[in-house]
Every structure is written in C-alpha cells, then in structure tokens.
Design a protein around this ligand. Sequence first.
Ligand SMILES: Cc1ncc(COP(=O)(O)O)c(C=O)c1O
Length: 453
Amino acid sequence: MDSYKILLSEAEMPQEWYNIIPDLPSPMPPYLHPATGKPITPDDLAAIFPRALIEQEMSPERWIPIPDEVRRIYQLWRPSPLHRARNLEAALKTPARIYYKNESVSPAGSHKPNTAVAQAYYNKAAGIKRLATETGAGQWGCALALACNFFSMECTVYMVKVSYHQKPYRRSLMHIWGASVYPSPTDRTQAGRNILAQTPETSGSLGMAISEAVEDAATHDDTNYSLGSVLNHVMLHQTIVGLETKKQLALAGESPEVLIGCVGGGSNFAGFCFPFVPDKLKGQDIRFVAVEPTACPTLTRGAYTYDFGDTAGLTPLIMMYTLGHSFVPSGIHAGGLRYHGDAPLLCQLVHEKVIEARAYPQNPVFEAARLFAETEGLIPAPETAHAIKAAVDEARLCKETNQAKCIVFNFSGHGHFDLAAYDAFLEGQLKDIELDPEEMIKKALADLPKIRQ
Ligand SMILES: Cc1ncc(COP(=O)(O)O)c(C=O)c1O
C-alpha cells in the first residue's frame, strides 16, 4: 500500500534543539548597540528577555536540551506528520516526489507554538508575570496567547491594524486563551503615539507593533518581550520541525534535493531547513529555497546591512537583509510576511549563497493554494501558499526536464482564518501590487542608521 503520511511516535520526538551557530561557514556578525556601535552584551538584553533565552541567543553549543515541561506540551500535537502529496503530484503529472511537513496541526494552527511554549516556559521560570508581543497575521499572537494560557501568564498583543480588521476571528482565538489584543499603532505607548501623530491613517506594520511591545516590556518590571521570529533563539526552537522531518524522510528512504519554506521573519524556514544545512556544507546536493512576497521583497531586493528590527529604533542593530525599518509594505493578505527585515542567521546564509531566495505576487500564490486545496484538501495560510507556489514551480520544472527530484516544503499553517482573502481571490478582487515598491524601498533605505565606529 502506498503511504500518504510518515508518522513518528511521541517517544521519537527529538529531545534537543539544533543550534546552527557553531556550524556557520563564518562567524555571525554581532548585534550592535545603536548608541555606541559596539557589540551588545547579555546585560543590554536583560531588561526584556530572561537569562536562559539570552544564553540561547548567543550559545556556541550545537545541541540544546528541550525541557521536559516544554516537551510535554509539544506532545499535544507533536511529532507532526510528514505527508506525501501524491494527489498534487498526479495533478501536476510530475515525476517529482513532493512531501510536506504539516505544522498546521498545532492548536493555534501553525508552527509558531514551537517557540511560544518554550519562551513562556523560560519567562515563567524567571518569575515574569506578563509577556508583550506583536502579531502580523495573528498566528503568532494566537501561539503566544495559547502558551501563556498553559503557564498561567498574562499576554498583551499589539496586532498590526490591517490584520486586526482583516482577521477578527484570530482576535477571538487570542481572547479565548485570555490575551488582551490592541490594534497597532495604539495610543498606549510613546512609540505608537509618535507614529500616529506622523501618519494617523497608517495600516500599521510589524516594525511598528514590535516598537510598541518592546516599549511596553521595557517600562514594566513584571513584563518581558517575546518575539515570534527573527532572533536566534526562535530559529533554535523551530528546529524541532526540521529534525522531525529528517527522521521522517529517512523512514521513507528519501534524501531531500529541494527544501522550500516561506519567509516572513524566517523562523519556519530556518527551523525546517537548518538541520539539513550541515549536510549541504559537507557536499550533499540540496537546494534551499526561501520564498517571500513581491510586495515585501526583503531577501531578493533588500540591502545586506545593519538596521533596526523595529520602526521606532528601540532594538539593537542587526546585520540582515532589510528594506529599511521605515518601509511599510502594502496590506497583502499574507500578513505574516510583511516585515522589513529577516532573521540574521538566514540572511547570512543567503548572503553566503547557501540558501537561495525568490519572490511571488499574491495572485499566482493563491492559484497554487487553490490547486493544493483541490488535490490535498488542506487550505493553506496565505503565507504557507508562497512555499506551495515554489514547490509547484519546482515540480513543473521536473516535468519539463524529466527529473524525479525529491521536493519537500514546510506547510507552516492552515488558512481557516484567512477565508476573506480566499473570497477576494475567488471573486477576482485580489490585487497584485501594481505599484513597484522601488521608490518606497529607496526612500526607506535612505533612513538606515549610521553606525558609529
Ligand atoms: C502560517 C505562517 N507561516 C509563516 C509565517 C512567517 O513567519 P516566519 O517567517 O517567522 O515563519 C507566519 C507568520 O505569521 C505564519 O503565520
């Protein structure tokens, strides 16, 4: 019998996360203090993060044990299944073998709880009572609300205004799990008030919401900040995805040739791909394809330089591909991909040509999502649909060149709360970004911080 799913038992769930830092081809450029231009110290981060996460951020250890309490919560949905997309393969008439790792089975519907649970655990252990965060599409806010709920902590979510209105049911989910949710920019923080004074009609952005959440955490002793992507410790926690995938592919007797993920801040992509990077560095023939929207083309059109992680300039300076911290992407439906920068570890590997990147407009992405829903049944999140589009393109290329490649992508989340976007697509009302953002990018890049030497 042909199998459609490759499953691991709960006992086979990985017991450690994989830290890529010791395996990087060159050392990671340090985060810099904006005032001094010098590398930041753990003490600089202590106002908003617990020590354990600061240590993970900079750890030279390759393997980091997953605490038992975190593993017990992971067991609610992990290990997640690896599916063979046989129906999609048949529809495409491709000789390629397509697999997808299904992270939509978590209670919040995406990969995000893998780090939310870990972050809530370490903050609780450090005596913190409340976590403040931002959310774009609402997936991360839901994940952190869920995690705080498990650890009896309060959770404050600054939700990008356009998503707050586009996705009211994501809000409901956060409320069910006990979080407070505000449309960002708000008048609750100085950063929010400044932004509203300058651009009262703004649709918000992840960069703005991060500024608000960081300020909230920095000005309250019992509150820390929690980030759903970008930082090294988030990439670390997400490697459980790739580690499981590795075991599952081995069970299927497969060796992956193309690994694909969508990129907002980089966490699902990194978590899925990083455990395979040492194989490539040792000479195995694997391509890593990072997919982003043309409306927010960080990796494909950004500058590789130091920039702030947020709009107001409250975070350390991070070496990354960036469109400029003042860049406000259009209100596309893949809200989780609207971020001006990307994870520094991912950016470094793109810069060093270990990972390739490409960008798609939203209509072809939704077209691929429809084909996937028709064949495999699942309705992907618009973010995830970017990865599907790339997988479909790769499989079509295999058909043209008659190559039976093994293509694996990360199904980062379901789209059950994105149905308004699907309606707009089905009614032909979804706009591809007609305005070339080149001018916007140039303007935002002109605002890059000047680094003191
Ligand atoms: C389902 C889904 N996939 C992907 C992303 C992008 O984030 P990241 O690049 O950190 O995985 C998001 C962000 O909200 C998301 O909700």
